[in-house]
Write a protein of this length. Structure first.
Lengths: 801, 158
């Protein structure tokens, strides 16, 4: 560690870990020089567009392409019949199910892909989609998941109706996908039977869509002569895409190059492999020319991956002092028409069993049932680790409800149940080992900062005047950084992450990772890690990701994996280089390795001032003067398989004022304290938190994908689907504590998803709190003005003068 | 479909381009004139990623026909820096961490460029209302507001 002023100066020059370094990505983005998928233009490129189903559930009686093919400029119209000989009309999903690439005999959701049109121009392609004549026989749609398992429910998936397993265990009905259970059923039942107090609540986490500002798309280019396929794609996981495309197409993985260029936000929406990608690739192979497919916004919201749709029931057993004795959760999960849930393959409900939260809960039992409905397939983690948002929402709501039942303050009930700071690593009742935490300290810091007692006094006064003021509080724990390969894989590939670092003779560096930034600024922050580890200035460190021809294999960026897994790989690879550098330094200085101390950017001989070699000097020597028997060069690769997940946490407090006549909610204050362990770039962390809080605000206050009884999606444009603007978005206050992860090489835990996960129940907590004195214990999201007004109206509050 | 030759000033340079009457300005800018800084996020004029400056006003180029630009002046993000010097707004977005994925950024810059001419010394509330036609999914807007405010301060006449 640097201590003297001279050492600190040298350290500052590196712009390493802890520095709020300005982003290396910005110069290109602010000058319009980013390179997103839709910016890619290849010679001879043509355009694909989709014919989509107007029905949620229907049999396809016929498809007539003639008129479309007759339109000048149209090159091809492909349907499932055309893909059948190639066995590409269905594709495997990450969850062990199959998904129709183009509808095969039936359509299962509105806007499902029925045919793809390829034309010389995007306008002609769009015209031609209107000319493809599809005759449908409408079938009754199954929209309500609660009716999916009824004896008389329409059977959706005729292709798998005889199967007793669609990839995730036994099932009990043709519309049933899986049952997943964890925990101890009997001890939990007994805890509930014998408890002094039990609270139970049904709650719906609505179906929502991540909606990154850039939609999904690709440019597929098959070179017939070389037999090579290149695909520019909006993917958060380009290496997995390469593997999937190879398995599907039969083209050797070595002849497939997947490039994720600049990505205009992901938030989980860009993890999956979609029919549009597959059909563009097929069209390029068939036509021998590059094919571009880019979704429009309606297609993005209607067909590519959404999140949540969890219908949850929570039960908490406790004693009268509020000490929890047991937790039981039952979930009905609506997965839509195909189980294309993007999760580690063995986890049908993701990491939902983190739902014991920050609390010491002696026993718990969770059961999740997944069902098919006539809705678009999914779901993904929308800015969260797999199903963690749902888990945190459940437990944080239940804590509030228990507090209300026992008339204990919601801060106090949390304090009484926290896992104690000295109890880490802590094994939860559902099997997780929480690495580190200090929940008491985080909560205390927030309550002090906002003067919690004064807020409660103010609220009491307002209530006496009939005004609606609510205080929300959440103390969440996340689980991110998937994950140990013994627990997590995607289609059999372990969820490690990779880094390859090469130090050039003059001391500048190129490093490549298996992750891909979708706005998190990896080019900036990975360089900071290497700068600190190697003592070379981050300015001279070039980071590249997203090109499978050059980057080492990695599982990609989602579930806050980049820092916990990719950052660890980067640190370990850098340490391998430093270990070699130490040997070279010892050789140059003619001492033994043990006689050397590392000092910011150089090795020094212990006790001999002036006897030292900087990393730059060592880099040069690595290419001309190394010890006997050592190979030249200075580079290293690391494939990092994490020993555990990381568990970021935080304490959030929200203050709202609600207008009794309109139901409008004003978020007066939102105070977010996050603990993500070691902080690599505080400026970027704060930016990520602002963004996550805003996406949380969107979900809590307005986002939902509503379907009518026929399965028509009623909100699939930015007119109908709530994306908060500058005006609605609250001002955010951020704070932090630092509790490093003991098992991560840097102590870092990951941060960008915590604010989404943590803020959503905090908004609900605040809104419900505004009505708590009137006996209200829960309100389902979204808390739009109309829905809040309905509650006000139901309680007769709008009638009072 | 019959094509028509149109001429307009793009980033202070005269351009001529052959278009169909139905073509949108954003497509012509991106695909024919290779100015891909202007982005498409929704195609229904809600998101503002395609915002450009057209005859002294902010417009969403996904809902302007290219033919309407005939004889006009269009400024895109590519024309914001002058003689190799970044515009104060570009500098401020970088300094104040006003962008993440960068997809909304060109639209944000072009809207704030016009907004600061409409209101050179805005309050935070005025910035939030004046920029409300541009959506961002990454930043939560707070640092964009900060950037616009700091750029406004730098751009004040001495």
């Amino acid at each position: 560690m640097a201590t003297t002023a001279e050492e600190l100066d040298r350290q500052a020059l590196l712009e390493g870990i802890g520095c709020s370094r300005k982003r290396k990505e910005d110069p290109r983005f602010i000058q319009g020089k980013g390179n997103y998928v839709d910016d890619v233009k290849l010679p001879g490129m043509v355009y694909a567009d989709m014919v989509r189903s107007p029905y949620a559930h229907a049999r396809i009686k016929s498809i007539n392409k003639e008129k479309a093919l007759a339109l000048p400029g149209v090159l091809a119209v492909l349907t499932a019949e055309d893909l059948k000989p190639l066995k590409l009309h269905w594709m495997p999903t990450l969850a062990g199910d199959v998904q129709a690439v183009l509808a095969d005999e039936k359509v299962h959701f509105q806007y499902q892909e029925v045919a793809v049109v390829v034309a010389t121009d995007r306008y002609i392609a769009a015209d031609a989609t209107e000319l493809v004549e599809v005759e449908y026989e409408a079938l009754p749609a199954l929209v309500d998941p609660h009716k999916a398992l009824d004896a008389d429910a329409p059977i959706l998936r005729e292709d798998v109706k005889e199967k007793d397993n669609v990839g995730q265990g036994p099932r009990k009905h043709p519309n049933h996908i899986f049952s997943w259970e964890v925990g101890d059923r009997d001890t939990t039942q007994s805890a509930l039977d014998t408890a002094e107090v039990v609270v139970k609540q049904d709650m719906l986490y609505p179906r929502v869509h991540p909606s990154p500002l850039e939609t999904c798309g690709c440019v597929a280019s098959f070179d017939k002569v070389k037999g090579q396929l290149t695909v520019y794609i909006t993917s958060q996981a380009p290496h997995i895409v390469r593997t999937v495309v190879s398995i599907l197409s039969g083209v050797a993985e070595s002849k497939i190059r997947i490039i994720s260029p600049d990505i205009g936000g992901g938030f989980g929406n860009k993890v999956g492999v979609y029919p549009g990608y597959v059909t563009a690739i097929v069209a390029s192979i068939v036509l021998g020319t590059p094919v571009k497919w880019i979704e429009d916004r309606i297609e993005n919201i209607s067909t590519t991956a959404w999140a949540r749709d969890y219908h949850m029931t929570g039960e908490l057993a406790a004693d009268i002092s509020g000490r929890i004795k047991g937790l039981r959760v039952n979930v009905l999960a609506d997965h839509g028409a195909f189980n294309s849930h993007a999760q580690p393959t063995k986890w049908p409900a993701g990491l939902f069993s983190i739902c014991t939260g920050s609390y010491d809960i002696p026993t718990a039992h969770v059961k999740v049932d997944g069902v098919y409905t006539n809705k678009s397939p999914g779901g993904v983690a929308y800015r969260c680790s797999f199903r963690v948002t749902e888990a945190v929402y459940l437990i944080e709501r239940m804590m509030d409800i228990l507090a209300q039942k026992l008339n204990i303050d919601k801060a106090e009930i949390r304090r009484r149940n926290f896992i104690k700071a000295d109890a880490f690593p802590y094994k939860t009742a559902l099997g997780w080992e929480v690495d580190s935490g200090n929940y008491q300290a985080a909560l205390a810091k927030v309550l002090d900062a906002v003067h919690y007692d004064d807020l409660r006094k103010e609220q009491a006064e307002k209530r006496s005047r009939g005004e609606l003021m609510g205080i929300g509080l959440v103390t969440f724990t996340e689980i991110v950084g998937a994950g140990p390969s013994k627990a997590c894989d995607v289609l059999g590939v372990g969820m490690f992450e990779s880094a390859e670092i090469r130090v050039h003779p003059t001391g500048s560096v190129i490093a490549r990772m298996g992750t891909i930034s979708t706005g998190q600024a990896h080019q900036t922050t990975y360089a900071q890690i290497i700068a600190t580890e190697l003592g070379l200035p981050s300015e001279d460190i070039q980071i590249e990701e997203g090109d499978t021809d050059t980057a080492p294999y990695g599982l990609g960026t989602y579930g806050s994996r980049s820092t916990p897994v990719g950052g660890a790989a980067t640190a370990v690879a850098a340490r391998k280089i430093r270990a070699k550098a130490q040997k070279i330094a010892a050789h140059l200085l003619e001492v033994s390795e043990a006689d050397l101390d590392w000092d910011v950017d150089r090795f020094k001989v212990k006790g001999v001032p002036g006897q030292e070699k900087t990393m730059k000097e060592i880099a040069w020597a690595a290419y001309n003067n190394v010890p006997d028997g050592m190979e030249m060069g200075l580079e290293a690769v690391d494939y990092y398989d994490p020993p555990n997940f990381t568990y970021p946490f935080g304490a959030y407090l929200c203050v709202v004022d609600i207008d009794k006549l309109t139901g409008e909610t004003k978020v007066r204050r939102f105070y977010a304290l996050d603990d993500c362990g070691t902080r690599i770039n505080p400026m970027i962390i704060e930016g990520q938190i602002h963004g996550g809080l805003t996406e949380g605000f969107a979900v809590a206050m307005g986002q939902e994908m509503p379907y009518d009884a026929e399965g028509n999606l009623l909100g699939n444009t930015f007119m109908d689907y709530f994306i908060p603007t500058f005006v609605e978005t609250p001002h955010w206050e951020t704070d932090y504590t630092v509790t490093p992860s003991p098992h991560h090489p840097l102590g870092a835990k990951g941060v960008a998803e915590s604010p989404h996960v943590g803020s959503i129940p905090c908004f609900t907590s605040a809104i419900v709190d505004a009505f708590a004195h009137l006996g209200v214990t829960h309100m389902d999201m979204p808390h739009s003005a109309y829905r809040v007004w309905q509650k006000i109206h139901e309680l007769g509050l709008d009638k009072q003068a | 479909m019959a094509k028509k030759l149109i001429a307009f000033k793009l980033n202070n340079q005269p351009v001529e381009v052959l278009i169909e009457a139905r073509e949108l300005l954003v497509h012509v800018l991106r695909e024919q004139l290779a100015q891909t800084g202007t982005h498409i996020g929704c195609e229904t004029s809600h998101c503002g990623a395609c915002t450009v400056d057209f005859n002294g006003e902010s417009v969403k180029s996904c809902t302007v026909l290219a033919i309407q630009a005939n004889g006009g002046e269009v400024l895109t993000v590519e024309g914001l820096a002058q003689n190799g010097t970044l515009h104060p707004l570009q500098e401020a977005f970088m300094q104040d961490h006003g962008l993440q994925c960068g997809f909304c950024t060109p639209g944000m810059l072009m809207r704030s460029f016009r907004f600061l001419q409409e209101n050179p010394d805005p309050t935070e509330e005025e910035i939030r209302s004046g920029m409300a036609g541009n959506l961002c999914r990454c930043t939560g807007y707070q640092n964009i507001v900060k950037a616009v405010k700091s750029a406004a301060a730098k751009m004040q006449p001495a």
